[in-house]
Design a protein around this ligand. Structure first.
Ligand SMILES: C[S@@+](CC[C@H](N)C(=O)[O-])C[C@H]1O[C@@H](n2cnc3c(N)ncnc32)[C@H](O)[C@@H]1O
Length: 635
């Protein structure tokens, strides 16, 4: 429905369009969607005529001045933050990756706001489950400072560890007058952008404690719509008593909200039958149908019909009525059928109140998930910490990990075989571990995308949390390989599971942006234009450029890329030929023809590859058009 504005206009009909190095323009897309649904509201200048929109919506417009909802200082700037396109890119780091060529898992180092913007085009509507464990705003945690007009700049300064005035970035302390607002300003744009990435039947789980529970629920209601709020799960995070506080806080929350609640509910999985549940089945009467457990045959009489009240005679001769205020769960004729089929149990002596036998072999595929997640089922903070220490062979590298078993519970409820899972507050990476282990146990191919800031740890070996995260995933892979094969088996060969991950790092775009807001005096313009004669950043590789082009053309970061030699030039064939990219200089008509012969859907070349030869460029436009290429762009 949306026509993405990813090309900059050119003036010449025989010249290719220029690829726009900015990320997805969210506001432009929403505007296009609105105009698609209500073409009559287009104003003369292409904007929205609100009066006509009001008329088109008729009774549905709420014209009242007072509104229900959450307000805080800075909320308006959140929308500016969301709408400002990212000028960043994600640089590939094969040297830090495992199984680069075969894997579809991603670990991205960077600020998640910029990264979420960069992922908008390629991963729109593709993610089945998001899990996040953001800072809880307890007064001591680090809140990443967003500046709506310059957030990439903030990141670049952050990774240099000092801000523009040379001050250290700090924690969000509760003495700060804007304590809640700062947290809300940080969370709102990220949740908003993450929702766009969810599939229609996708779902988001968010860990939180009571500090920001109320604000988070209101914010999720606003972003997702109250009708798509699914559940508040209670997680028993500790089993010991915390005596140094007024109350021992033994639980926290996992909020669950869906992109489309009914679609999610249809897709929701039952939980596997646990050993605990299986142990409840027995076979005291040697029934040939196997073990069974019994359920009550009487219920509250509230909505009972007349034929649910009758007398029963037990095999031992006892005459029974339903207990006072209760009825039998089945009618007399159904009861007789059950007895005839030996499905009613009166106890070993044959004189108990009857119960219905439910056979294990006929049990439903699983259990309806509880909203209470107990420590023995999904682990605790303490078990998570011990598990991480054991993965790092005794070293303590991260303070507040979540148990992978907690995240596994969410994966079991919300994901299937090949689904994509996103965690953009990845920390030490338990989400990746949970995905890999569940895949091992079920033969699945779920994939993950983790995003983590290179926040310093103070640890000598693993300097940042992003490094801790990649190391944990690497060690998990090693362990899985060793466990199964007795040796380190990281390659995906012969193994259906994805045993690897690609690392990308957030950085400034490879293409210098044209800054339209620069001073327009002659000297500034000359300086700026001369900077654009070579508009690529120095030191960037062909792969850097390639992956930025993929991302900004809407291809996932793990799309298949083949390297071809055509007429002496290197050409990247993306997604089996959907896109051809040539980043070589001194292009010739031969290479243009060779590329056109492959009949790609789209082509991208360097503008400087034509070295000012407008004739060659015009020929390229014609050659590609003749072969049915739908889009030819230069960068
Ligand atoms: C509560 S921790 C997550 C812990 C994780 N669930 C685990 O079990 O290891 C929150 C993480 O989000 C990271 N973080 C905070 N702000 C971020 C941002 N703007 N972009 C990416 N990561 C961020 C922090 O560095 C921290 O590691």
């Amino acid at each position: 429905m949306t026509k993405h504005a990813d090309a900059l206009p050119t003036t010449d009909a025989h010249a290719p369009e220029r690829l726009d190095p900015r990320s997805q323009d969210i506001a432009a897309d929403k505007l296009a969607d609105l105009l698609y649904v209500f073409p009559e509201i287009r104003s003369e200048g292409g904007g929205i005529d609100f009066e006509r929109l009001r008329l088109a919506l008729g009774e549905a417009v709420d014209a009242g001045k007072e509104r229900f909802g959450l307000v805080w200082p800075g909320k308006a700037d959140c929308f500016k933050t969301i709408q400002r396109p990212s000028m960043g890119t994600l640089r590939p780091c094969p040297e830090a990756s495992v199984n680069w060529d075969a894997t579809e898992n991603l670990i991205i180092e960077g600020d998640n706001l910029e990264v979420l913007k960069l992922l908008q085009k390629s991963y729109l509507g593709k993610v089945k489950m998001v899990y996040i464990d953001p800072p809880y705003n307890t007064g001591s945690d680090f809140i990443y400072p967003d500046n709506f007009s310059e957030s990439l700049q903030t990141y670049l300064e952050y990774t240099g560890q000092v801000d523009a005035e040379g001050r250290k970035f700090g924690t969000n302390t509760d003495t700060d007058g804007r304590f809640h607002s700062k947290w809300l300003n940080m969370m709102y744009p990220r949740l908003y952008l993450a929702r766009n990435l969810l599939r229609n039947d996708g779902v988001m789980f968010v860990s939180i404690d009571q500090n920001e529970l109320a604000a988070l629920i209101c914010m999720l209601h606003e972003i997702f719509g109250e009708e798509h709020f699914v559940a508040t799960f209670v997680w028993e995070k500790r089993t010991t008593r915390e005596n140094r506080r007024v109350f021992s806080f033994n639980h926290e929350y996992v909020l669950c909200v869906a992109r489309e609640k009914t679609a999610f509910e249809r897709a929701r999985n039952l939980l596997p039958l646990t050993e605990d549940v299986r142990r409840r089945y027995a076979n005291p009467d040697n029934d040939p149908r196997g073990p069974w457990q019994s359920v009550s045959l009487n219920a509250q009489a509230g909505h009972a019909t007349r034929d649910q009240f009758y007398s029963i005679t037990t095999p031992g001769g006892r005459l029974l009525e339903a207990p006072p205020g209760r009825c039998w769960t089945v009618t007399k004729s159904r009861y007789d059928e059950l007895v005839a089929d030996n499905r009613v149990w009166f106890g070993a002596a044959g004189n108990n109140v009857p119960r219905e036998k439910c056979f294990e072999s006929e049990a439903k595929d699983g259990l309806t998930p509880h909203t209470l997640w107990t420590a023995d089922e999904v682990g605790t903070n303490d078990s998570a910490k011990k598990e991480l220490i054991s993965i790092f062979e005794g070293e303590e590298v991260f303070d507040t990990p979540k148990p992978p078993s907690l995240i596994r519970r969410m994966l079991e409820i919300a994901t299937d075989d090949e689904d994509l899972v996103l965690d953009f507050f990845a920390g030490s990476g338990p989400t990746a571990q949970a995905v890999l282990e569940l895949n091992r146990d079920t033969g699945g191919k779920r994939r993950f995308i983790l995003v983590q800031l290179p926040e310093e740890t103070g640890h000598e070996r693993y300097r940042t949390i992003a490094e801790v995260c990649t190391e944990r995933v690497r060690r998990t892979l090693t362990r899985l390989g060793t466990e199964e094969d007795g040796h380190l088996a990281l390659t995906a060969e012969g193994c259906r599971e994805d045993r690897g991950f690609r690392v990308y790092k957030l950085a400034e775009s490879n293409f210098k942006p044209w800054q339209a807001d620069r001073p327009k005096d002659g000297q500034s313009l000359i300086e700026h234009m001369s900077g654009h004669v070579e508009h690529m950043l120095r030191g960037r590789s062909a792969e850097d450029l390639l992956y930025e082009i993929l991302l900004k053309s809407g291809f996932p970061l793990t799309t298949l890329v083949e390297t071809l030699d055509l007429a002496g030039k290197t050409v990247f064939r993306v997604a089996g030929g959907a896109l051809l990219v040539c980043l070589d200089r001194d292009l010739t008509l031969d290479v243009i023809r060779e590329m056109a012969r492959l009949k790609p859907e789209r082509v991208v070349c360097l503008d400087s590859g034509f070295a000012g030869n407008d004739q060659l460029k015009a020929n390229a436009v014609l050659e590609f058009r003749d072969r049915g290429v739908t889009s030819f762009r230069t960068v």
